[in-house]
Design a protein around this ligand. Structure first.
Ligand code: SF4
Length: 461
């Protein structure tokens, strides 16, 4: 089919496209068709109406065609500014995976356990819950990869690795190049997640199927005490970076153990989730330094892009129960995804949040959709129906695809003004943004460092 389309363009404009030129044109036509539900012939007919193409000589025809397609592909940005074509990411089209596997109800089919974790409480918990599942012992989880070549099709397969974490329990948030860093610390409670969000950055970092879970929290306690001696000041720390903090908590019981270890430490500890797994939180006494947070999005985005996660209503109901128990809450609007009706659906979501829950919260963070080039290619293969990466995304200074600055500023300004209608006290901050974008912030807290110290210094008030 694509060969036929190429010929139609070459005949219509009487020139030949080389390999790279055709890759760019094909990608642009493909994305315009996806975004606007158009067929390819309609897009070619529109090109034929542009008399500048035939007037241009030789290879200039390609540049005129490309420019017209870029204008059509990025209509909002075209109206606002000149598009730097170097920032438009045009790659070969990736077909959907033939044996595509997306997450289903969590029910492991295999459990692999490292020798050093074979008498752990975690293995016993899995044996109690999934008595029928075959358990296989390995010296190290990496042995699995030596025997089974990893393919993207295996990514979310229900396989569990119970390991002894040796090195990476705690580290500073890597943030992103050329953007303001946040001074947040990450407690690594495994890698992988039973949910399946189309935009999840973990998809590009994993060479393992399934979920890796550490069984040796005692070693984390020792490392953490050493770290506190070195940094000598309070920190903010969370577990939701490489997994969902609570999705498997009814099995791992991590939250109970960590709440009780950290309640008297000089940290703000955040459990971040898209689930309703709050039973362990309700069994434990809250503490001012333990914060439970929910990532939220409008329900129509949850339905399309956040597979197997809890509904918005269920997330907020769980948050209410947890708040009534006495825990502090925070919320993350991240990623905020632009669409024609984004204002309506995000405004409604903010209204729903504040109708259901009583502010102030410990913090609200905002972050617009972003992702690497690799992630876009993966999403195309794993989520063929998702259109989020066909939005107006350009390569930023950190080489991530992001909305243009004017659009990010507008989104943040509007989100903040809608939040402030209900709540003037909760600190709101931006995730992975640069100094220029931070200027949209209200109040005097205009950098991630300001926010960080405000949050830490106000946690017990
Ligand atoms: S809940 Fe978080 S970690 Fe899990 S798939 Fe979604 S984005 Fe990834």
């Amino acid at each position: 089919m694509w060969e036929e389309i190429k010929q139609k363009i070459e005949i219509a404009f009487n020139f030949s496209l080389n390999k790279n030129q055709w890759r760019d044109i094909k990608r642009l036509i493909y994305e315009i068709a996806k975004r606007e539900n158009l067929d390819y012939d309609t897009i070619i007919e529109e090109l034929k109406d542009n008399h500048h193409i035939n007037k241009a000589g030789g290879r200039n025809k390609f540049f005129v065609i490309k420019q017209q397609l870029i204008n059509k592909r990025f209509p909002l940005t075209t109206k606002r500014e000149k598009i730097d074509t170097k920032k438009v990411f045009l790659s070969d089209i990736k077909p959907p995976l033939p044996n595509l596997y997306q997450a289903k109800e969590f029910n492991p089919t295999h459990i692999f356990v490292e020798k050093d974790a074979s008498d752990s409480y975690l293995l016993k918990r899995f044996q109690e819950k999934f008595a029928e599942v075959k358990i296989e012992e390995l010296s190290f989880a990496s042995e699995y990869i030596k025997k089974h070549k990893f393919s993207l099709e295996d990514l979310k397969k229900p396989i569990v690795f119970i390991v002894k974490e040796r090195w990476d329990f705690i580290k500073p948030c890597p943030c992103t190049k050329n953007h303001l860093s946040c001074n947040y610390w990450i407690l690594n409670l495994g890698f992988g997640c039973p949910f399946d969000c189309s935009y999840c950055f973990l998809q590009q970092y994993t060479n393992f199927p399934g979920i890796i879970l550490p069984s040796n929290l005692n070693d984390f306690y020792d490392m953490f005490k050493d770290l506190l001696k070195k940094i000598n000041s309070p920190i903010r720390i969370g577990t939701g970076e490489f997994c969902d903090s609570l999705a498997l908590d009814e099995i791992t019981n991590y939250s109970s153990q960590l709440i009780n270890f950290l309640r008297d430490k000089p940290v703000l500890f955040e459990l971040k989730t898209k689930s309703t797994k709050i039973d362990n939180l309700l069994k434990n006494e809250p503490s001012p330094n333990i914060i439970v947070s929910w990532s939220i999005n409008p329900q129509e985005i949850i339905d399309k892009e956040e597979l197997m996660t809890s509904s918005l209503e269920d997330r907020l109901t769980s948050a209410k129960i947890v708040q009534e128990k006495g825990y502090s809450l925070s919320f993350h609007f991240d990623p905020i995804i632009y669409s024609e009706n984004w204002e309506k659906i995000y405004k409604e979501t903010i209204e729903t949040l504040f109708k259901k829950l009583t502010p102030p919260f410990r913090w609200i963070s905002l972050g617009t959709l972003r992702g690497s080039r690799e992630l876009k290619n993966i999403v195309e293969q794993r989520f063929p129906h998702s259109k989020i990466f066909y939005g107006e995304l350009f390569l930023g200074e950190d080489k991530k695809l992001r909305y243009p600055k004017f659009l990010r500023k507008e989104i943040y300004q509007k989100m903040i003004s809608w939040i402030r209608r209900y709540d003037t006290r909760t600190p709101v901050y931006l995730c992975m943004e640069d100094e220029e974008i931070w200027q949209v912030m209200d109040k005097k807290l205009t950098s991630s460092k300001d926010i960080e110290s405000y949050i830490i210094n106000n946690y017990d008030k």
